[in-house]
Write a protein that binds this ligand. Structure first.
Ligand code: SF4
Ligand code: SF4
Length: 164
């Protein structure tokens, strides 16, 4: 439709007295506002209030430990390979003889980072992990002020007690 055709559709009848004083329109707008005051609220005061999420909700990642408290991750890199957002980076290291109580296998992640600004919470990393080392918790990612604070390091992700 041409612009001139559209302009022809505009109602150019002179305004009535009611339309000129805008009062009916204001009253109509106020009545809509007042009707919403008595309706059930759909917003929550996060973070004081938390919403109930679906049981399949995927929140912040967690690095798990085994029953003896040792790190499960062996830095195999499968989670990083499966990640479509390339959000995971890691560096592998070899366990020393006196570190058997710290790491479950001979290789472990000396560095493990997830860039949460890249992450799309798809859960592929969790599915790819053969050691049940990374899983997605029910914790909602907190807001923050800097880009750097969204890069979660191994120390941020590693839980102190194993989750069964
Ligand atoms: S949840 Fe998906 S996007 Fe996020 S780190 Fe895991 S694989 Fe990557
Ligand atoms: S979290 Fe799992 S998949 Fe990722 S490097 Fe560690 S052991 Fe491998």
């Amino acid at each position: 439709m041409k612009l001139t055709d559209r302009a022809a559709l505009i109602n150019r009848d002179p305004m009535t007295i009611g339309e000129r004083i805008y009062l009916p329109a204001i009253m109509k707008g106020l009545s809509i506002t007042v009707s919403h005051i008595f309706k059930k609220k759909v917003t929550v005061s996060y973070p004081e209030e938390q919403r109930q999420f679906s049981p399949v909700f995927r929140g912040l990642h967690v690095l798990n430990r085994d029953e003896e408290g040792r790190e499960r991750c062996t830095a195999c890199g499968l989670c990083a390979l499966a990640c479509p957002a390339e959000a995971i980076t890691m560096e592998a290291a070899e366990r020393k003889a006196d570190e058997k109580h710290l790491y479950r296998e001979e290789k472990y992640a000396a560095k493990y980072e997830i860039n949460m600004l890249r992450c799309i919470f798809c859960g592929f990393c969790e599915e790819a992990c053969p050691k049940d080392a990374v899983y997605m918790s029910e914790t909602v990612m907190p807001a923050d002020y800097t880009r750097r604070s969204f890069i979660y390091k191994k120390e941020d992700l590693l839980i102190s007690h194993p989750k069964k």
